[in-house]
Design a protein around this ligand. Structure first.
Ligand code: G3H
Length: 487
């Protein structure tokens, strides 16, 4: 932050998952490159963040909230001017369709604005004085120190900023490691970060996590770890770097959100919501529906309608109008989809639509797999892609047991027209997951709602105001009431 250093090291090429025709071959296209940080460079980024925080004495952590808001507004203005460039890079780098890439950008700007409003409210609250038993006190929300921030590939801008922005505005300094895919889109924003924030407040590390993160965590200089990504990575970090267990962690991890479709459900509505819930952005959302549990009396009708609706879902290039299914960011992803389907088929399930094949190395035709049973990988593994597993149930306990015995606990959806039945299910379910959705798909927004999960799905809560709390601590200034102050 505050300065750009000349780059002498190697550049890493970035290839788009969107294959283009070269002669008679479909091939990935090179769309840019980035300076890949070494361990030393990432350490230098951390040192800059540590120096800017200066144990809480730095310019940034001691600034008033109003001053920090002014920097954030300056940044936002510059960011808005880069909309077209950033949106195009999201689209090309991760294959997200144009409309959703635009939504991601606009939602991020809205998120920054909402954060600015929320921090103002928090600050007004903080400036109140309390008088209790002869002690006068003022509670302040104060920063925690240096935040190591790692965002996901599926919302590289929006979910990264969902931690980066509140961390910054609360007075922390940040080292930000770019996601595995979705890297170039940050480059147009670097100048804005440099000009809007003081030196060292925000530091970018373009690097591979497994190479650069260990030394950052082992340094003892990181105070907060944020990772929106996979539970496996979070577990490895905790295992390999025991110091992580003593850090404040804000983690958004895996989920296996289920939709439970009861016999009296409005099938048309359930199909529409389940289709969009399972396959928006190719199913690559932590909140995606990753298991459909349908009552056996309606499962045939549900599947018929689901497959018919899926057949009409647009597929193609991310810039094509109305497409939902686009290339996945890497061949490792399509291979995993094939593996999940093969495993289920080998164990007795069927692909009930004309799907499951590859159109090219990065394009996987969505597959609806039924009946999925325990013992298949798809039963428990988070597919994070365009494979839709379906199970049938007879007794409601079977569906509840699936949710209760899951190692994850983010959200669930229930589809029924019977308010009494819904009421009976909500209580046990809301104690298992952090959001029960009635007659609609699972989702994170609106962004002022708390967003978290139980069990292995999350630590800490994200939402506009919850995030401000996650990146700060309540400190206070207290004094005994004197005769003078009583007057
Ligand atoms: O990938 C996880 C995201 O937080 C999902 O957000 O429900 O708004 O798509 P969304």
């Amino acid at each position: 932050g505050g300065e750009l250093r000349p780059w002498k090291g190697p550049m890493r090429k970035v290839f788009s998952p969107v294959y283009l025709r070269h002669g008679d071959k479909l091939e990935p296209s090179e769309i840019g490159s980035f300076p890949e940080a070494t361990v030393e460079e990432s350490k230098a980024a951390l040192e800059a963040a540590v120096a800017a925080y200066d144990k809480g004495r730095g310019l940034w952590p001691t600034m008033s909230v109003a001053e920090r808001i002014a920097c954030m507004q300056d940044f936002t203005k510059q960011m808005v001017a880069k909309r077209t460039e950033v949106v195009r890079l999201i689209m090309w780098e991760i294959g997200k369709n144009l409309a959703d890439s635009e939504k991601e950008f606009d939602r991020t700007i809205d998120y920054i604005k909402a954060t600015i409003n929320a921090v103002r409210d928090l600050d007004n609250d903080n400036s109140r004085f309390l008088m209790v038993e002869g002690t006068i006190g003022q509670i302040r929300r104060t920063p925690l120190g240096v935040v190591l921030c790692m965002g996901p590939f599926n919302y590289p801008l929006n979910e990264t900023f969902a931690t980066l922005i509140p961390a910054l505005i609360m007075g922390n300094t940040v080292v930000f490691k770019t996601p595995r895919w979705g890297v170039l889109l940050f480059t147009p924003l670097i100048e804005a970060f440099c000009s809007a924030f003081p030196k060292g407040v925000i530091n970018f590390v373009y690097g591979q996590g497994h190479k650069v993160v260990p030394s950052l965590l082992n340094s003892g200089d990181v105070n907060v770890l944020t990772l929106i990504g996979s539970s496996k990575v979070a577990d490895e970090l905790k295992k390999q770097h025991p110091k992580v267990n003593r850090l404040r962690a804000v983690l958004g991890l895996d989920a296996k959100n289920a939709a439970i479709v009861l016999p009296d459900a409005d099938i048309e509505l359930a199909v529409k919501e389940c289709l969009s819930g399972a396959l928006s952005f190719n199913g690559q959302r932590c909140t995606a529906l990753k298991m459909l549990i349908v009552h056996q009396s309606i499962v045939d009708e549900f599947l018929k309608k689901f497959v018919a609706a899926l057949d009409k879902l647009g597929r193609g290039m991310p810039w094509d109008k109305g497409v939902a299914i686009t290339p996945l960011p890497d061949v490792s992803k399509t291979r995993y989809m094939c593996d999940l389907v093969e495993d289920a088929v080998a164990k007795g399930a069927k692909v009930v639509n004309e799907g499951g094949g590859l159109a090219c190395e990065t394009f996987f035709n969505p597959a609806v797999v039924y009946p999925v049973t325990e013992g298949m990988k798809l039963y428990r593994e988070e597919q994070f892609g365009p494979v839709v597993p379906v199970m049938a149930f007879d007794k409601i306990e079977t569906a509840l047991d699936y949710v209760i015995s899951s190692e994850y606990g983010q959200q669930v959806s229930i589809f029924s027209s019977n308010p009494d039945l819904i009421g009976e299910l909500v209580d046990p379910l809301v104690n298992q997951v952090c959001r029960v959705n009635i007659n609609c798909q699972c989702q994170r927004g609106p962004d002022v709602f708390p967003f978290t999960g139980r069990k292995d799905s999350a630590e800490g809560t994200l939402s506009v105001t919850d995030a401000l709390r996650s990146f700060s601590i309540r400190s206070m200034i207290a004094a005994k009431q004197t005769d003078e102050s009583k007057k």
